[in-house]
Unconditional design. Structure first.
Lengths: 119, 106
């Protein structure tokens, strides 16, 4: 069974750094692009970017490029989403997801990680 | 970016009703469109891919149609467990983009 298990809720202050994780199991980790999707309350879903775990090649949504970094570690089948300096506007639920067709049909999702950024 | 415009943003219907949500793309996206359901407090779930293909295990009361810029999603016999927010998503071009969501209530 395919599973994506994400790290837990984070409460941070503006300016702090953060790295959240998404561990895959039940499939060959290097064969599926992993996307990160953000849900902001009242604003819907936004695709942030994706990574090919086989070679760590990434595509970013220009709206997020430069503010977040997507990475992966084949040795522990885990993808990461990293911020070096959080803003209050980063408060959201973050999901990782994989799917067919180069990860465009997102058929499997993690449970979500709540990130709260508040002073 | 390709803009996806969903309508309506919310609706209220009765059990057994037929419900239709539309999604319009700002550019021709062929049939590179998915539909997702997000129940309260849960992760999104893929229901329809390639505009009209039902994902494995998804009840047949869900269906999708359309191509190019105009798409529709229908629930033919609304059930209580169908409450949630529904999103379209294009994957013709990066960045993938979602519609703003349509909240379905009973």
């Amino acid at each position: 069974e395919v599973q994506l298990v994400q790290s837990g809720t984070e409460v941070k202050k503006p300016g702090e750094s953060l790295k959240i994780s998404c561990q895959g199991s039940g499939y060959r980790f290097t064969t599926s692009w992993i996307s990160w999707v953000r849900l902001v309350s009242g604003k819907g879903l936004q695709w942030m970017g994706r990574i090919d775990p086989s070679d760590s090649y990434t595509n970013y949504n220009p709206s997020f490029q430069g503010h977040v970094t997507i990475s992966s570690d084949k040795s522990n089948s885990t993808a990461y989403l990293h911020w070096s300096s959080l803003k209050a506007s980063d408060t959201a639920i973050y999901y990782c997801a994989i799917g067919r067709h180069f990860g465009s049909q997102l058929g499997w999702w993690g449970q979500g990680t709540q990130v709260i950024v508040s002073s | 970016d390709i803009q996806m415009t969903q309508s309506p943003s919310s609706l209220s219907a009765s059990v057994g009703d037929r419900v239709t949500i539309t999604c319009q793309a700002s550019h021709d996206i062929n049939t590179y469109l998915n539909w997702y359901q997000q129940r309260p407090g849960k992760a999104p779930k893929l229901l329809i891919y390639d505009a009209s293909n039902l994902e494995t295990g998804v009840p047949s009361r869900f269906s999708g149609s359309g191509s190019a810029t105009d798409f529709a999603f229908t629930i033919s016999n609304l059930q209580p467990e169908d409450i949630g927010t529904y999103y379209c998503q294009q994957y013709d071009n990066l960045p993938y983009t979602f519609g703003q969501g349509s909240k379905v209530e009973i």
